[in-house]
Ligand binder design. Structure first.
Ligand code: ADP
Length: 150
């Protein structure tokens, strides 16, 4: 059976930190599906379709990495694509506190789902989507944080 991992997130925007988790995840699983959550109550900074095409461009040469936009519960979306694993990155203890709860809830909602955490590469641990948005908002140069050109 093909081992599929879902890497869910807002990816607003997708950063080099996210890219590192995907590349390392793709060595562990047969396929990694990057799921951009479309949460209608949360206003995005970078449009969904724009981000989807930028992530696709980043992984255009990787046959086992694809990108999907999804609505609703991560655990339901994982089931719909046949993923038994959720992939997440851990930067620090703040991430851990948050991720711990989410992983337990996802496992409660779908007990066929195991969350796998990869510890962030130290050189990328300081990168966050919110900081990139802040820099971009004030016309700062965000190119070194992103794996694609804006
Ligand atoms: P969410 O809105 O669901 O938290 P994000 O897009 O912010 O989604 O992050 C998705 C995942 O990527 C999370 O597991 C987060 O901890 C991880 N992540 C975010 N930034 C980095 C980084 N610089 N290095 C490694 N993992 C990261």
């Amino acid at each position: 059976m093909k081992k599929i991992a879902l890497f869910p997130g807002s990816f607003d925007p997708f950063t080099k930190g996210h890219q590192d988790i995907v590349v390392r995840g793709a060595r562990l699983f047969d396929e990694v599906v990057i799921g951009i959550g479309n949460n209608s109550s949360k206003q995005r900074y970078f449009p969904l379709d724009f981000m989807k095409s930028k992530i696709e461009e980043t992984f255009q040469d990787e046959m086992n990495i694809r990108v999907e936009i999804f609505q609703g519960l991560t655990s339901q979306f994982a089931k719909s694509i046949g993923a038994h694993h959720i992939l997440r990155g851990l930067r620090n203890t703040t991430d851990y506190e948050y991720e711990n709860t989410i992983a337990q809830v996802n496992n409660f909602l779908n007990d066929d789902l195991e969350t796998v955490f990869l510890i962030t590469a130290p050189s990328l641990a300081y990168i966050s989507s919110s900081i990139v948005r802040e820099i971009h908002k004030f016309d700062g140069d965000v190119s070194s944080f992103l794996p694609y050109k804006m």
